[in-house]
Ligand binder design. Sequence first.
Ligand code: AMP
Ligand code: ZN
Length: 111
Amino acid sequence: MDCIFCKIATKKVNVAPVIETDDVIVIKDLNPQAPVHLLVMPKAHYASVLDCKDAKLLAAMMEAAIAAAKKLKVDEKGFRLVINTNDEGGQTVFHLHMHLLAGRPLTGRLG
Ligand code: AMP
Ligand code: ZN
């Protein structure tokens, strides 16, 4: 399967991870929408959050996001976590991932 995030997770494409565990990798977004814009993804391929029934893995993604926020020292000021899902959700890469946005005031409304 030709999936860019699988290639990143398996190191076929060389990206320096912000955080890495056995199951999850956190990288910088290629096209950042905020001073801090990270992507938190499982190493295993799931097309979207709809396909991942693994509650432990979803929790591991949350833990990795929090660890990354602390590592980059945006935890106190705050950050936003977003999972875009399918077309109207704005998903463009169909390998489950969560955005972590921080480093500027994020507007109060979503979208
Ligand atoms: P989404 O629209 O939620 O599917 O988000 C996909 C995100 O992946 C976008 O913010 C892209 O900028 C980002 N992206 C796409 N390709 C790469 C890549 N090779 N490395 C890092 N981020 C990427
Ligand atoms: Zn994939």
